[in-house]
Design a protein around this ligand. Structure first.
Ligand SMILES: [Zn+2]
Length: 212
């Protein structure tokens, strides 16, 4: 079961990926409005096993520390995310005068699988797809044919690449190699805007129709 809350000034999507049977699950990219996210968790009596980050930009990580302190669960990001979490200029929080830095609890690599303890079918494979940021990762659930893609790709667009660690050529080749090779029916849940599918983006995403 997937529920989304849209938070903060950049209207970032925070996803709850929850196993309905056990009420355990993952929280993806809690970007802002920690109180709202926490009250959602409490009201459903969900047990969040891990906070999973698609990348270290401030609009995806702003509520992490408050939620981690409240519910005491580990924070997971790709190993290149350390540079973003520990540097307010890289995570862009300095632009807003926040200066937000912290450390994750687990650093993962491409190919790692994050397993829900109460339901091993509900696992997420780490897919490193740099370009929007150097730490950009998608998390793919084979069983549900679902991927959380952060700002790698959107419905009809791709992430911007003009911030630290960004590179447009790298992003486009990441998407070709890592996202467009997922099953066509895979539903992509991005950090902003409507969800889409691999098939739809392969057929219609203007960044690829223009470049191919
Ligand atoms: Zn971003």
């Amino acid at each position: 079961m997937i529920k989304v809350l849209t938070v903060g000034r950049l209207q970032e999507h925070t996803y709850f990926f929850i196993d309905e049977k056990t009420k355990h699950g993952f929280l993806v990219d809690p970007g802002d409005e920690a109180e709202r996210i926490l009250s959602e968790i409490m009201s459903h009596r969900w047990v969040i096993e891990k906070i999973i980050l698609t990348h270290g930009h401030f609009d995806h990580i702003g509520a992490v520390e408050q939620i981690r302190n409240a519910i005491g669960c580990p924070v997971v990001i790709h190993e290149e995310g350390k540079a973003y979490l520990q540097n307010a200029e890289w995570n862009l929080s300095s632009i807003y005068g926040i200066g937000y830095t912290f450390d994750a609890d687990e650093y993962v690599q491409h190919g790692d699988v994050i397993v829900l303890e109460t339901n091993p079918d509900m696992n997420l494979r780490v897919i490193h797809a740099p370009g929007h940021t150097s730490d950009g990762a998608a998390y793919f659930c084979e069983k549900e044919k679902t991927a959380f893609v952060g700002d790698i790709i959107f419905n009809g667009a791709v992430g911007r690449c003009d911030n630290p660690g960004g590179n447009m050529n790298r992003l486009l080749s990441s998407i070709r190699a890592q996202i467009f090779t997922l099953p066509d029916e895979t539903v992509l849940f991005p950090g902003h805007g409507p969800s889409t599918t691999v098939k739809h983006e392969k057929a219609t995403n203007p960044f690829f129709n223009l470049y191919e």
